[in-house]
Ligand binder design. Structure first.
Ligand code: PLP
Length: 247
């Protein structure tokens, strides 16, 4: 176990304790919102987490992981147990689609028609169907990608017509909020969009997954209807600060 011993053993113990607490909190939030604990999927967001710790998490029961950068996904993927399903959860550039479509089970961050068209073309050529979520820029932030709330329904219909992919729901990263009331308002707006689109029963789309909620706000997200939460820091601890910008 040389790989394992290169990581501070306390990181494994810390994960075990965090995982126990998060599972309890997710289950409690599920029940409080009238659902069963197993109705909520927990995705471990593994950016900056070394493969040995990811594999420990998978051995402990994590069955769904997500990376947000293609380069990091490719660097770590072969060292990570295939027992966990993988989602791409971060910004995906069109020219990187080819690198990820054989490695992930879902792309949660479809933010443009152009990206959807590229996934469609490459997956159709491979004879496969990629489940995707449409990313919604619920806070209308200039700095974030994603469809604007008022265009999501029409984009869902357009993307659902493409071969080689299947729209399975919506994903969002809301703005940083000062209060729980504020963040809940964004989550509630997402649930309304999700339900409205689901009721349209668009062919080749299922609207099963509402992916929202991270370490600081997953309980609020579940309370407002999320059924997939993406948690990093609260499971694996604080990430190292990114290197300073170079000049
Ligand atoms: C990092 C990341 C998360 C998890 O964030 P935490 O605050 O560390 O829980 C969730 N979703 C996406 C897209 C991420 O990049």
């Amino acid at each position: 176990m040389t790989e394992r011993s290169s990581i501070d053993a306390s990181a494994f113990a810390a994960f075990d304790e965090n995982y126990r607490r998060i599972r309890e909190a997710v289950a409690a939030a599920a029940v409080a919102s009238g659902r069963a604990p197993e109705d909520i999927s927990l995705l471990a967001a593994t950016k900056t987490v070394p493969p040995a710790l990811i594999n420990h998490a998978i051995d402990s029961g994590i069955d769904l992981i997500g990376e947000n950068r293609v380069q990091e996904l490719l660097q770590k993927d072969d060292a990570v147990s295939r027992k966990a399903r993988r989602h791409m959860i971060g910004h995906l550039q069109t020219n990187k689609v080819r690198d990820v479509i054989d490695r992930v089970e879902m792309i949660e961050s479809v933010h443009s028609l152009k990206l959807a068209e590229t996934i469609s073309r490459l997956c159709t050529a491979r004879g496969k169907t990629m489940p995707v979520l449409l990313e919604v820029n619920i806070g209308r932030e200039e700095s974030k990608s994603g469809f604007l709330p008022e265009e999501v329904a029409e984009r869902t219909a357009q993307i659902a017509e493409m071969s080689g992919l299947k729209v399975c729901g919506l994903m969002t990263i809301p703005p940083i909020c000062d209060t729980e009331i504020e963040i809940r308002r964004y989550f509630r707006e997402m649930l309304k969009l999700f339900i409205d689109i689901k009721e349209k029963k668009i062919d080749n789309s299922s609207m099963d997954l509402l992916s929202m909620g991270m370490s600081g706000d997953f309980e609020a997200a579940i309370a407002e209807g999320a059924n997939l939460v993406r948690i990093g820091t609260a499971l694996f601890g604080r990430r190292p600060a990114p290197p300073p910008a170079s000049f």
